[in-house]
Structure formats: structure tokens, C-alpha cells
Write a new protein. Structure first.
Length: 154
């Protein structure tokens, strides 16, 4: 079954789902943040069929989330490396993790997200107004974005 494309949608959430809206893609990106770089490492970690992994990796490269790079050990292999666009997904992964930690019926996870330098747990992500006030969904709304402020695709 062919997926519907949201590439031209006006909603930024719908557009992002076009790139990272499938669970395998998010898990591949998670693994890249964990230091996995080679096809075999992703496959071993995820237990994903080679053909599906190939398609997902190609889509992430085509979308500029990952890039191919020569193997860091000098071998003939290619590695997959996060781009700046890919690294920008990190807060999304943290938000998903924290949501699951808070609302899972039995939150018994084998890992804890900590600050590498201090070794202390990472604070819960917060949405704040420009003046520093803590915001919730009820405290926000959408308004028209004037055409002069809209970014154009290059």
C-alpha cells in the first residue's frame, strides 16, 4: 500500500511526518545517535529485514537526515552519519522518550538519559514563552504566518 505524501502540506507537523513519521526511521535515527553507523549495526540492533532497512536508509539519505561517508576505519565500507538536519531530530526523540517514561503503565526502563559531562539526569523538556513562562497546549494557538515571514524552499 502506497503512503500518502504530506510533502506539500501547509502543516509543519504533517510535513515532518513525511520524513520521520514511520517508526523504523525514528529507530534508525535513534541508533545513529547511539553511535551506530554501518548497515550491519542497524540491522543487528533493529532486527529489520535487509530490504526494508535499505529502503529506509535510502529515504533518510535522500531527505538529508543521514549522509553516506567513507568508513571511519579506512575500510571500503560506507557509513551513515547524521547531518545537521538529522541532529535536529534529537529533541523530538527526547520528547518521545520522556513522554513514554511519564505515561507508560510500568515505567521500568533499562536506561536513563543523563548529561554526559555531569552524569546527572536530563531535565524534562519544557515549552516556554519568550518571557520565560511555562506553556502548555492550552496556552498556545496558531495564527496566520504573514507571507513575508514564510521561508521559501531553495
Amino acid at each position: 500500500m502506497k503512503r500518502t505524501s504530506f510533502e506539500q502540506a501547509e502543516c509543519p507537523i504533517a510535513r515532518s511526518l513525511d520524513s520521520i513519521g514511520d517508526w523504523w526511521s525514528l529507530l534508525i535515527i535513534r541508533d545513529a545517535f547511539l553511535g551506530r553507523r554501518r548497515f550491519g549495526e542497524f540491522q543487528k540492533s533493529l532486527g529489520l529485514a535487509k530490504n526494508i532497512l535499505t529502503v529506509r536508509l535510502r529515504a533518510l539519505v535522500d531527505d538529508g537526515i543521514l549522509k553516506n561517508a567513507p568508513a571511519s576505519d579506512g575500510s571500503a565500507y560506507q557509513e551513515y552519519v547524521l547531518t545537521p538536519k538529522g541532529r535536529g531530530i534529537f529533541p523530538i526523540l527526547v520528547a518521545l522518550r520522556q513522554w513514554s517514561e511519564e505515561f507508560s503503565p510500568e515505567p521500568c526502563f533499562a536506561t536513563l538519559l543523563v548529561d554526559r559531562e555531569q552524569g546527572r539526569p536530563v531535565r524534562k523538556l519544557e515549552l516556554r514563552a519568550e518571557d520565560g513562562r511555562l506553556l502548555d497546549g492550552i496556552d498556545t494557538m496558531l495564527q496566520p504566518n504573514p507571507p513575508a515571514k514564510r521561508r521559501r524552499r531553495a
